[in-house]
Every structure is written in C-alpha cells, then in structure tokens.
Design a protein around this ligand. Structure first.
Ligand SMILES: NC(=O)CC[C@H](N)C(=O)O
Length: 316
C-alpha cells in the first residue's frame, strides 16, 4: 500500500519549492520519500526516506508537546492558545486581530512563544530542552544543518518582528531576538522522513518512542498536542485537510508532513514542492491515499472509510 501511494504520486508535478528561505530553493523537486511507522515501531519505507532536510515547522508540534509536559495545558492555553488563525503561518496580523494573542503553537507567532516558554524565558535553556527532547522523539541525536540555519538567520526579519510584538504584548519573557534565534535553530534541525514517522509514531503510542521504549511525554500531553495539530497543523488549510483526510498532522516548509493515527502509527512524507499555503503537494496526496486505503480517518466508522461520492480531483 505504501509502495502504491508512492507510485501514484511520484510523477505528480504540481507545486513549487519554498523560496522564502534561500537555501531551501535549491531542493530537488523530484525527491519523494514515504514512511509508515506503526505504534509498535515497525516501518514500511519507500523512496527518499533517508534524505536529510530541515524539520522546519514540524518541530512546532513536538516542541509544543515538550512545553505542555513542562508547564501544563492551562499555562500554554493562556499564553499561546489552541484556535486556528485562518491566516498564513508567518502572519503578523494575528496579533492585531486577536487582542495580542498568537492563537496557537503551530504558526510562527505561537511557536516562538512556545519555544521561549520551554526554557522559562532563557533561550539557552530552551535550546537544550528542545534539542534533547526532539532527539528523544526521533530516537537519535538530531543535529543542526548549519547552512540552513545561516540562510534562515540572515533572512529572518519577519520572525524577529514577531518576537518583538510578542514581547510588546507581554507574551515573551527575556531577550526576544535570542528566543527567535533558538526557534530558528529548532527549524534547522536535520531529519529524514524515517525520523519524522518515528517522531509521529511516538505521539501515536501515547508519548512512548516505540523503538527505544523511552517515554518522552505523558499520554495526556500526546493527546493534547495532537488535538492542536488537528485544529491548526496545516495552517489555514487545516479544515480542508481534516475534512478530506481526518488525521492530526503537521507540515513544514521543507516539504514534509507528519500525520498521526492515535494508537495506530504515523506517516512521514517528504517531497519539496508546496502549495500556496506551504504544504507539500505530494505528501498531502500520498497521506490522503493511505488514510483512505488503511481506514485511518478518525471520524469514519469501519463501514464508511470510503471516498466521497464526489471526491476531490486527486482522491483515489
Ligand atoms: N512553515 C514553515 O515550515 C516555516 C518555518 C520557517 N523556519 C519560518 O519560521 O518561517
């Protein structure tokens, strides 16, 4: 089934590679890796599953889980929120439309606040906690892609502005530029589709990495992090995603999407060409196919895991 999902969309040519971070613009648009890892740690792997790319926004989901674990949901809800913004991931408007609230941890504004909270306002501590924590999710020590970090750090005005606005609204303690720097490093952690599938499978497994056997976050935290991913993981397209695919997921601008089927497992899909919202086109199609073929839609009963009578043009 995973082989079929890959074969179906391998030649799909829609979308374009990210260009807002200069080094990402050089990615090979033909790359396509697909990994399904179950909640017991077994994997099915097809295509470019071991090609390294920066984790980018997918980190937001896992850093949020770590922050929930540390501070509890009340604090995170108050500072960061759980509602969709309906706006692009890097929107600055989010604050003005919501009385200074970043709304959720899956967009840049809320993610920067979440990273800062994780280290109690000390960016060095945030970095230590998040690099160690994300490595536990992945079951191996993750490292920063220095070229990606340098490229993003040199073109980071928007995120630096978001950090300043957060601080202006009292939602960030400590030095905002350094918090943004920790967030930028977080986005430059280098991963593969295989890593991402295992990170997702750890949330599917209630917070225990099914390969290492180590608990990374509590079961309650895994559940809460997935709820917010369902609401906002694909930015302003989250509603359409949930409607078609029915799984919590998080995308990153390097072209990866992780989708999690609680209790069952996760898909890590990677292919650089993106739609207008910054979500990998092939990854969305392949996960949609797998969700239908494997009966993963959370809202469907066993008998109605079938496509709509009028499926979207790419649905199986
Ligand atoms: N959507 C993304 O993956 C964006 C992440 C990117 N590092 C940014 O902050 O803009």
């Amino acid at each position: 089934m995973v082989i079929e999902a890959h074969a179906r969309y391998r030649d799909h040519a829609e979308g374009s590679v990210a260009d807002d971070i200069p080094v990402l613009g050089r990615a090979d648009p033909s790359l396509f890796g697909l990994v399904v890892t179950d909640a017991a740690g077994g994997s099915h792997v097809v295509g470019d599953a071991d090609v390294a790319f920066p984790i980018q926004s997918i980190s937001k989901l896992f850093v949020y889980a770590l922050a929930l674990e540390r501070h509890g949901h009340d604090r995170l809800r108050e500072v960061v929120g759980v509602n969709n913004t309906g706006l692009p991931f890097n929107s600055v408007m989010v604050f003005e439309l919501n009385a200074g609230h970043p709304m959720n941890p899956m967009v840049n504004a809320g993610a920067i606040a979440t990273t800062a909270l994780l280290g109690d306002g000390d960016p060095g501590r945030s970095w230590e906690a998040l690099s160690a924590g994300l490595s536990l999710f992945a079951g191996r020590e993750l490292e920063v892609d220095r070229e990606v970090y340098a490229s993003e750090a040199a073109s980071n005005d928007r995120n630096l502005a978001l950090g300043r606005v957060l601080r202006g609204y009292g939602r960030l303690e400590g030095p905002s530029d350094e918090h943004v720097d920790a967030y930028t490093r977080q986005c430059a952690l280098s991963v593969t589709a295989r890593d991402i599938a295992l990170m997702g499978a750890t949330l599917a497994d209630g917070g225990v990495n099914p390969v290492t056997g180590l608990r990374v976050v509590s079961e309650e935290v895994a559940r809460d992090a997935l709820s917010v991913a369902a609401a906002a993981g694909l930015y302003e397209r989250s509603g359409e995603w949930l409607f078609e695919i029915g799984l919590p997921a998080k995308s990153g601008v390097a072209g990866c999407i992780v989708a999690v089927a609680p209790g069952k497992g996760a898909v890590g899909a990677f292919s650089p060409p993106l739609d207008a919202a910054g979500n990998s086109v092939r990854s969305q199609l392949a996960i949609g196919f797998l969700s239908r073929a494997m009966g993963l839609n959370l809202f469907a009963s066993a008998v109605n895991q079938t496509p709509r009578t009028h499926p979207p043009k790419d649905a199986a």
